[in-house]
Design a binder for this molecule. Sequence first.
Ligand code: BG6
Length: 503
Amino acid sequence: MSQNDPCILVIFGASGDLTSRKLIPAMYEMHAMGQLHPSTAILGVSRTAKSDDQWRDELEPWVRQQAKGFDPAKWTEFARRVHYFAGDAVKPDCYPALEARLGELAQQKGTRGNLLFFMSVAESLYEPIVEQIDAAGLVVEGKRWCSIDPNAKSWQRIIVEKPFGHDAVSAASLNRTLGRAFEEESIYRIDHYLGKELVQSLLVLRFANSIFEPVWNWQYIDHVQITAAETVSVGQRTAFYDQTGAIRDMIQSHLFQVMAFVAMEPPSLYTPENVRAEKIKIIDSIAIPTADQVADYCALGQFAADGAEGAYHELGGVSPTSTTETYAALKFHFDNWRWAGTPFYIRSGKKLAAKRTEVVVQFKPPAANLFRKVPGFGGEAPNRLVIEIAPKERFNLRFEVKVPGFGLRGANVNMQLDYADHFKAEPVEAYGPLIVDAMRGDQTLFKHRIEVEGAWNAVMPFLDERSAAARAGIHANYACGSWGPASADELLARDGRAWRNEA
Ligand code: BG6
């Protein structure tokens, strides 16, 4: 592991939900695990006036509630790292005082001028804030490859939270604005799914073993299912969600990252450059559906009313005529040698039957069925690898064996590795290790500019006017607590397949 430099983590959007619920508890966990450089400090920036101590007092209950193993002594140590600055970061007049405060902190803590900005504000503020950071001259170093003495220089990096744009055009605009202020090597487009243990473990499973990779292709794999099912509703975020929907909120972002790790070619070495290059290539090889394929390649839904709340289109903050999807199932093909003819089905939705994030790799049946005359053999293709990402972290491999006793009878059995049982380690908040990676200058688990734009291009047909037919009749087309609309089952049934719906 490379060095974890001291720095000031400057969080724009200090008063926001993400900061208190995820970022600060994650940083506390990293502190408690000794993952932060002793000099590293945090400066929260928001408009409301408050002192460092007031902000610390506001954060403490969040850390108690959200972080693993709260320890009052560790909190006291950690709180000394936490500071607050009141200012409106989209306004130029905020910056002289902010720069002075950063200078003071750098001096006091010894952070060597290293700054890690975190954009935890509304997406519409990303570009104005980046423009102000640039105009204020806060970015003094970017080109790491031409530094003469890499140890003597300071660095300034930026972490950009999703949503990264709203479509292909806005993502390209944000990339250009970021690129005017920062080098690509200093831009960390974060996706918290890449901080999840089992997502990272996908690469290890595939590339540190010899038994999976030879069969990891169209010859042996019938299809792949990637599911992120949630039981929760859209909560207080109706206005945001109605502009967003499941494809933007979950598929283009999180589930494409999972799909890239399942589908990409092996990098020649585990380095940021090699891993990111392979992800760019695999996203680029997604076959973009034509206008007349769109309706056949997707199933979109909105949840119906239940005892707790109305149907999605009846909620406050949602347009009554809204066709925004709270459920989406999409089918993708890759135009490449490895995956020719093997579809990837990706689905995500709110208010479904269970909270479940998983990858199902369904293998084809054996080339010849030796047991075809024996009753009980030759049903569903037996071999299936299920990678459960949440709420449990487990690998399950299913295969056929003989049932003990007289006569020949087959049974599908499951071999399971449960992370919690085996490693006796509870997962930490996914943001923590990712932010520490950014402090170390490791971009492996962050998205490249080209990849993000490619991901938008691949989903645009499901979002723009080409998806109108798939959105007709979307209102209340699935019951809360179900596995989504009937059209999602039909999507797979048309291909002779079915979803794995196990609660
Ligand atoms: C967020 C989405 O990015 O991910 C939410 O905006 C969603 O709508 C959440 O609930 C799911 O994350 P996780 O880690 O609980 O699967």
